[in-house]
Design a protein around this ligand. Structure first.
Ligand code: GDP
Ligand code: IMO
Ligand code: MG
Length: 420
């Protein structure tokens, strides 16, 4: 059976921590989409680690970590990350596996990402500039190089062919930056990558499932950044939702069991694009400060606002969420008043649906107000210890969504999580 953990908002919901927490229940942890645009934070024996490419189960001995075919892989980032976790005692040659169909990010993808964003000017997406969009474009454009191609003696020729194509595009953008240092790093990194376990991912994982092993698929980004269902065009370039697990790993949909959706107790977004509940005032600044809301990949300040139940309900619907984990509840401890968005006023009309033109329309959130709990929930050890006001907040959210918040995370540490 395969369970899924994914983000229900605009990313950074705490997926890394939650996957790390659930990992001991599973035999395989698999990334199914995204690439080094992801930044998943874990605390291992008190040390903070941010993973971009490697699945968040890597610190558990005996668990297989698979980078699936739906991922776009930057060998340079992977090498650095492998060296980092190896220094912390992980044997990547033993517990990290990479699907041969995984698409490669090459240096010109990063250059193209940068050139394309520059050309968009004020309309830029706010990409992480890791080459994600151009790499997925080469996948759907049927030009990409894949991990399995590295083992081809003619790889350099394949690379040069694609590079020449990219150069024409870069010339069009009048991009003149010298990327030879990136290329040197890239070729060093692929020698390293070739030494890792490269497998036929779909056979590998289906074999594990047939043996009765338990698989956990780890999402990157969030549902509102999904290329089909997110706030297009301000999205990433992959299917971040549960359906992406099938195409991103080669797992049939009927093997998927629990879909565990993660939401923060409030809402954040990094990069451009619509964010109806965004706060531009002191409350937004407080959320950023207390929640330490700065991007794990780019260090950019995250935009902050109240929890958006319209978007969350939409995310529960398209993902088939069966249980919810709420993270960062402790961040709300000191706020005397809280708000939750229950509908949108779209140019004078109230709706509880995500409008098609969300990126163009003027949307005013309609809120329900709650009294804050004004107590440190980090000290709570059991569900029953939560303050009454927090129960009211959670109950309202459960009722609105029709899916239960089963876990509440009350601090960044691995053990800081409470369940019903
Ligand atoms: P991801 O991309 O979904 O894995 O999330 P990030 O790692 O980008 O961002 C989540 C941030 O919140 C990280 O710095 C985590 O250490 C932190 N975090 C996770 N859960 C909690 C929590 O319950 N409380 C607090 N205060 N921080 C948390
Ligand atoms: P994790 O897995 C938050 C955002 C970028 C930008 C848009 C497109 O850590 O939750 P891209 O580089 O994919 O072309 O950028 O998506 N974005 C993320 N925001 N968390 C992430 O990953 C993100 N990955 C991409 O900021 O707005
Ligand atoms: Mg992140």
């Amino acid at each position: 059976m395969v369970d899924v953990i994914l983000g229900l908002q605009w990313g950074d919901e705490g997926k890394g921590k939650i996957v790390d927490f659930f990992a001991p229940k599973y035999d395989v942890i698999a990334r199914f989409q995204g690439g080094p645009n992801a930044g998943h934070t874990l605390y291992v024996k008190g040390e903070k680690v941010v993973l971009h490419q490697i699945p968040s189960g890597i610190f558990h001995k005996g668990i297989i970590n698979l980078i699936g075919n739906g991922v776009v892989l930057d060998p340079v980032t992977l090498k650095k990350e492998c060296e980092k976790v190896a220094a912390m005692g992980v044997n990547v040659k033993e517990n990290l596996f990479i699907a041969q169909r995984t698409n490669l990010i090459i240096p010109t993808h990063r250059a193209l990402d940068k050139a394309a964003e520059l050309a968009k000017g004020d309309e830029k997406i706010g990409s992480t500039l890791k080459g994600i969009g151009p790499a997925y474009m080469d996948k759907t454009g049927r030009n990409a190089l894949r991990v399995g191609d590295l083992l081809d003696p003619g790889f350099k020729n394949l690379y040069n062919k694609l590079r020449t194509k990219h150069q024409q595009l870069l010339d069009n953008y009048q991009f003149t930056e010298d990327i030879s240092a990136w290329e040197q790093e890239f070729f060093e990194a692929i020698e390293f990558l070739k030494q890792l376990n490269i497998v036929n991912g779909e056979y590998f994982i289906n074999q594990k499932i047939a043996e009765g092993k338990k698989v956990l698929a780890e999402g990157a980004q969030g549902s509102m950044l999904d290329v089909d269902f997110g706030t297009f065009p301000f999205v990433t370039s992959s299917n971040t939702i549960s359906a992406g697990v099938s195409t991103g790993l080669g797992i049939p949909p009927n093997k998927i069991g629990e879909v565990i959706g993660i939401t923060k107790a409030y809402c954040t977004r990094v990069g451009s694009g619509p964010f109806p509940t965004e706060l531009f005032d002191a409350t937004g600044d407080e959320l950023r400060k207390i929640g330490n809301e700065f991007g794990a990949t780019t260090g950019r300040p995250r935009r902050c606002g109240w929890i958006d139940l319209v978007a969350l309900k939409f995310a529960c619907m398209i993902n088939g969420v069966t249980q919810i984990v709420m993270t960062k509840a402790d961040v709300l401890d000191s706020f005397p008043d809280l708000k939750v968005c229950t509908s949108y006023n779209v140019e004078g009309k109230e709706t509880d649906e995500i409008p098609f033109g969300i990126s163009q329309l003027k949307i005013d959130p309609v809120y329900k107000a709650f009294k804050g709990w004004s107590k440190p929930v980090t000290d709570c050890k059991n569900w029953a210890d939560f303050p009454e006001q927090m129960h009211l907040y959670l109950n309202f959210i459960n009722q609105y969504l029709g899916v239960e918040v089963k876990y509440v995370s009350n601090g960044p540490g691995r053990e800081q999580i409470i369940f019903q």
